[in-house]
Design a protein around this ligand. Structure first.
Ligand code: PLP
Length: 352
């Protein structure tokens, strides 16, 4: 049977796939592009689409890049993968390693990983090391380890990750018929903004799209090194997936911004959480906090007076909210508790 689904099969002509590259899939890619007219009206933009990457097999866009990175690692004869992670890279690496019979070693900052992501790494059987430090320090350790030991780095410094992740841009173009006017995207280690820009540029060059979007990247206020112009030693934000003070793809992110005529700006934790809630209640999409930085950025600029009323906008919703229910539940009001009595329930609903 010839498989047609998955990033490696569907896009092999656009990826570094050779006759020796093993082709496999956990079902990554082909995520929904959700048109949200109600939220578009509320924010004041012409057309709004959410690229919901939470629908990938491990719940984030990292799977698109991981499948390519792991296929290339297998092709090169590697037995083990290693990454530093704020949670989603490690979940993805652990899953693909499990599928392929490889060892996954993950190095994560202690106490700063959403519980659902840790649960994934544990259940997939990864070797987990937590460090009393942040992501940037974990990545530094990993970069040194791969120079000394026979293990494949699968952070987005691995160019195959970027290659795989660019396929999300291809999918947006396939659905819309062209690139959107604007792409809003959260920025952490800055691999994804780099990948989308590469995908849009390649599509334009090969004639599959006529235009390229303006790229609008958003960092969290307490972890906004690119906006501030210098590394942040102690990044802090509720959006743990973008809690990064010294992004590996810093220059590429600035290139995407400048070549597209876009910006990289910041949003506060309060703006992120408000956007997460607004998106959930208006579209039925439950994202993790980091993902909502894209919507928060769109709302911020719209309030500042930028006119999107005739624009077609795509927001990248990078991961599912189900991994980080603690944050969603934190300020929830207590549930109404009633006896198991229909009259009491009717009364509470205002029907009796
Ligand atoms: C990894 C991640 C990001 C940040 O992506 P970068 O490529 O590091 O900029 C944002 N949101 C989620 C959910 C992620 O997992």
């Amino acid at each position: 049977m010839m498989l047609k689904t998955g990033v490696l099969f569907k896009y092999k002509d656009f990826l570094p796939v050779t006759p020796q590259t093993p082709l496999f899939t956990l079902g990554e890619g082909d995520t929904p592009l959700i048109r949200c007219d109600r939220l578009a009206r509320e924010i004041g933009c012409g057309e709004l689409h959410l690229k919901f990457e939470g629908c990938n097999p491990t719940g984030s866009f990292k799977d698109r890049g991981m499948v390519v990175a792991v296929a290339k690692a297998l092709e090169a004869g590697s037995n083990a993968l290693i990454c530093a992670s704020t949670g989603n890279t490690s979940a993805s690496a652990a899953a693909y390693a499990a599928y392929c019979g490889l060892t996954a070693i993950i190095i994560v900052p202690e106490g700063k990983i959403a519980l659902g992501k840790m649960a994934q790494a544990i259940i997939y059987g990864a070797k987990i090391i937590t460090i009393t430090g942040n992501f940037d320090q974990a990545l530094e350790i990993v970069r040194t380890l791969v120079e000394k030991h026979p293990v494949t780095l699968v952070n987005s410094l691995n160019p195959h990750r970027i290659e795989g992740q660019k396929t999300a841009a291809f999918e947006i173009i396939e659905i819309l018929g062209d690139a959107p006017d604007y792409l809003f995207i959260p920025v952490g280690n800055a691999g994804n903004i780099t990948a989308y820009w590469q995908g849009f540029v390649e599509s334009c060059q090969s004639g599959r799209s006529k235009q390229k979007p303006v790229i609008m990247g958003f960092q969290a206020e307490g972890a906004a090194p690119i906006v501030r112009g210098h590394p942040v030693a102690k990044p802090e934000t509720v959006a743990t997936a973008i809690r990064i003070g010294n992004p590996a793809s810093w220059q590429q992110a600035e290139a995407a911004r400048d070549e597209s005529g876009g910006i990289i700006d910041l949003v506060s934790d309060a703006e992120i959480l408000a956007a997460q809630k607004l998106m959930a209640t208006r579209t039925g999409v439950f994202s993790e906090p980091a993902s909502a930085a894209s919507i928060a950025g769109l709302i911020k600029l719209s309030r500042q007076g930028m006119d999107f009323s005739r624009k077609r906008i795509a927001c990248v919703i990078t991961g599912t909210g189900l991994k980080d229910t603690d944050t969603a539940l934190k300020d929830a009001p207590p549930f109404l508790e009633l006896p198991a009595d229909i009259k009491a329930v009717e009364k509470a609903l205002g029907w009796g």
